[in-house]
Design a protein around this ligand. Structure first.
Ligand code: FES
Length: 132
């Protein structure tokens, strides 16, 4: 006889941040800008009311290395986005969660430029349609 394991809800959306991004010419020994951005977002995400809807995922490279820092969003049935040229600042970190909240709240996942938080109104490298 097996006991039922408690079910842990899995967020339906993911905010991906590349932890290995660094600007061109940065010292290889320096803490990577991507790591700094990820840690700033993680600190906010820990107490963020939307954390049940959006998981945070630190990843090593999203093939936008020449356009550091890179941030992406994905969710089932929604387009995926890859943003680039993001500075590892507290403003960007807060805006990333604001953007993720918009994405999670949208039925279509479409993020119109004028509605996005300031740091995310530019720098889209890719908008990939949802799978069929
Ligand atoms: S190192 Fe960040 S996208 Fe490649």
């Amino acid at each position: 006889m097996s006991e039922a394991s408690p079910t842990v809800p899995v967020p339906a959306h993911t905010l991906h941040i590349c932890v290995t991004c660094r600007p061109k010419g940065a010292s290889p020994e320096a803490v990577r800008d991507g790591r700094l951005l990820y840690e700033a977002v993680a600190a906010l995400h820990a107490d963020w009311p939307g954390r049940d809807l959006v998981a945070l995922n630190g990843v090593e490279c999203m093939s936008g290395c020449d356009r550091a820092c890179t941030v992406a969003l994905s969710g089932a049935g929604k387009p995926s986005y890859l943003f680039c040229d993001k500075a590892p600042t507290p403003e960007t970190a807060a805006a990333a969660l604001d953007l993720a909240a918009q994405y999670a709240a949208s039925d279509t996942g479409v993020l119109m430029r004028g509605d996005r938080p300031g740091p995310f109104r530019s720098g889209i490298l890719a908008k990939i349609p949802p799978g069929l």
